[in-house]
Design a protein around this ligand. Structure first.
Ligand code: GDP
Ligand code: MG
Length: 377
């Protein structure tokens, strides 16, 4: 039977580990060195804090959870299709921004200082699939740090990774990194072999390189879709998007729009006139103006919501990125956010999280936690 570590439980309850240990001790339970709590202990602790333990039908729930950890048992009969969230990754200069730029039909690449992507943008894009326009959402990550940082914080925001490889350059260090990130997160990969318009472009060689590291092209009987494109000339980008949407369809991405929102912070900062601003991706539920949210150490009442492009909206549903105003302070990319019932609850949770992070910082500094005689001397 699976248990849960005290650390994990503390994280889930946004409490300090010390507090939970204290509670256990007060009940006469002395966790062993491994400090894994069995189900009964977890339930007991949760009961003490009046937190409900979700004890879902394990098979059905695991199946859903595999696809989307953000879903609860209650959502299962209210699920609706949601748009896929896509991340473009790849080695520097292989054409990520140019590709996104073409997809958005705007001029991001040209206007960027030094051609380097600034901040993480998230954009909703309508893509024709079988003659019908379907929404999808692109995250424009500045390198892989954001993806890695978010993953390290346990956030799995992306449904599909589009990995761009320049046909005249092949696999480079950041290509490998991108592949490793996608694999570690369990995110399906679609390869965009870019710059096929260039002299010296050799898409076959790229395919060979990729198959030698275990990514076998579909065209060669493997399971990794690869599309040859020119981001600059806009060649075959429709093919790429159609392929991506096909992969998305197979994933059967669902969410329950009919509940309080939760999701992940994609980017956050301080705006001179607006105060703390954060871009959220709604992963489940619907976020409405006036909702009270808590995300990491920040909390507040949602004063205004802006979709990508600056349009003010009253509510947003699953997968859609939205800029949120009204938070007490600036959260961190990768923080989860959640709608709660009142500002008091939000404040309490945010403070508990701040304390937890404080404890983590202290214990990170505290070395191996052992006190030896020589260290006392
Ligand atoms: P990023 O660093 O991956 O975002 O790469 P950029 O999109 O900034 O592109 C780097 C350079 O490659 C720019 O000068 C682009 O104009 C050029 N580039 C991107 N895609 C293509 C393409 O399909 N063909 C050609 N010839 N050049 C491209
Ligand atoms: Mg770029």
């Amino acid at each position: 039977e699976k248990g849960m570590s005290i650390e994990e439980l503390a994280y889930n309850l946004t409490m300090g580990e010390g507090e939970i240990l204290g509670l256990l001790f007060s009940k006469g339970i002395k966790p062993d060195g491994v400090q894994t709590l069995d189900k009964e202990m977890v339930k007991m602790v949760c009961k003490e804090y009046e937190v409900e333990v979700i004890d879902a039908d394990p098979v059905k729930f695991e199946e859903m959870a595999k696809k989307n950890e953000i879903l609860d048992e209650d959502d299962l009969d209210k699920l609706q299709d949601r748009p896929p969230v896509l991340t473009i990754m790849g080695h520097v200069d292989h054409g990520k921004t140019t590709l996104l730029d073409h997809i958005r039909k705007s001029k991001v690449a040209a206007s960027e200082a030094g051609g380097i992507t600034q901040g993480i943008g998230a954009y909703k894009v309508m893509v024709p699939v079988d003659g019908k326009l379907q929404p999808c959402v692109f995250l424009d990550t500045p390198g892989h740090e954001a993806f890695g940082a978010m993953r390290a914080r346990g956030a799995r925001v992306t449904d599909i990774a589009i990995i761009v490889v320049a046909a005249d350059d092949g696999i480079r260090p950041q290509t490998n990194e991108a592949i490793a990130h996608a694999k570690a997160a369990g995110v399906p990969i679609v390869i965009a072999i870019n710059k096929i318009d260039k002299d010296g472009a050799n898409p076959e060689r790229v395919m060979q390189e990729l198959s030698s590291i275990g990514l076998m092209p579909e065209d060669w009987g493997g399971d990794v879709p690869m599309v040859q494109i020119s981001a600059l000339k806009g060649e075959n980008i429709d093919d790429l998007l159609e392929t991506v949407m096909l992969v998305a369809e197979l994933q059967e991405l669902k969410a329950n729009p009919d509940r309080n929102a939760k999701g992940t912070v994609i980017e956050a900062g301080l705006d001179k006139s607006k105060g703390p601003v954060a871009t959220f991706i709604i992963q489940n539920g619907t976020l409405k103006r006036g909702d009270v949210v808590v995300c990491g150490e920040a909390f507040g009442k949602v004063r205004a919501l802006f979709e990508d492009g600056g349009k003010r909206v009253d509510q947003v549903g699953p997968s859609i990125p939205v800029q949120v105003i009204g938070l007490s302070n600036v959260p961190i990319a990768g923080d989860e956010f959640e709608v709660v019932a009142s500002l008091d609850i939000a404040r309490e949770r945010a403070e508990a999280r701040a304390e937890l992070l404080w404890d983590e910082r202290i214990s990170a500094k505290a070395g191996d936690g052992k006190v030896t005689l020589s260290s006392l001397a």
